[in-house]
Design a protein around this ligand. Sequence first.
Ligand SMILES: Nc1ncnc2c1ncn2[C@@H]1O[C@H](COP(=O)(O)OP(=O)(O)OP(=O)(O)O)[C@@H](O)[C@H]1O
Ligand SMILES: [Mg+2]
Length: 324
Amino acid sequence: MATFEVENLSLHYLTRFGQKIHAVTDVSFTMEKGEILGIAGESGCGKSTLVNGLMGLFIPPLHLTSGDVRVAGESLMNRDPKDIRENVLSQKVSMIPQGAFNALNPTRKVKDIAFDVIHAHDHGEHTKKEIYERLEDRFDLFGMDTQRVLNSYPIELTAGERQRSVIGISTLLNPQMVIADEPTSALDVTTQKIVIRMIFDLLEKGIFNTMIFITHELPLLRHVADRIAIMYAGEFVEVGTTDQIVFDPRHPYTQALMGSVLSTNPEQKNKKPFTIEGAPPSLTQAIPGCRFAERCPKVRPECKVNIQSMRMVGDRQVRCDYAE
Ligand SMILES: Nc1ncnc2c1ncn2[C@@H]1O[C@H](COP(=O)(O)OP(=O)(O)OP(=O)(O)O)[C@@H](O)[C@H]1O
Ligand SMILES: [Mg+2]
């Protein structure tokens, strides 16, 4: 059985003015144990919204429209956020939310924030001392000055130390699966590398084994992911192996994304930088036809009328009738 199954998941925000924003539409995929799936797409395409939906965390204004998410066969939909926090988060699936390193409680030391995560699931089996020892052993794996980091308030740490602490805390209970939302954005390049190395070190040590890695930087995924899903205006438009997406993209949006990546390659710097003209469509109403049609260099008249569904092209999925 697949570890993680997502079936036709659609999510919307309901604003105070009664307006619906259809932020995620018809996302389906499955993941097997040990797999690393990258999800990439431009800002506002629905990546962070999807993460909350994948965890079953529906906190207004976010709502489930339809669909299902199952972890080892168990559905996460239509459950109380409290139930999700107590029985799913940190243990089965752990989330590293976007910007989390800036959201650590500033009034508490790292060791106390981490202590609470273990304590909440420990049912009084271990003493305080035993829990702190376990914390120290775990933090020793992260390549930082364990004592200093654990005894600091978040503000006393560098951004990289804070992010490594967040990842460390999120994985304390050895969740099978981690969903990391832009875990390296807002970090400088050197720190990004350190954080990526830490994540892969934890994977190698078996602290977790399955991961969704979300980023707006496609090049990062090339070295990280087994498969990549490309997201546009709330939909997955292409899902394939990393090689398929990077070297042989089929959806015109993936092709455009790869083109803009190549143009930043120094070897191609004499070429004109590639940008995708225009903006994604508004998500407040139903969109007739293909969502990328307005910006697509290969658009045909039918594209603006016919809704595009995900379909198999070889062994990958593409949401374009003309992907061949
Ligand atoms: N609380 C909210 N209420 C209403 N609309 C929202 C809310 N949060 C996000 N949205 C909208 O949902 C859509 C998807 O946003 P989301 O944050 O998921 O995108 P993203 O891909 O994570 O972007 P980024 O790369 O900038 O993190 C956007 O149109 C956004 O404006
Ligand atoms: Mg986001």
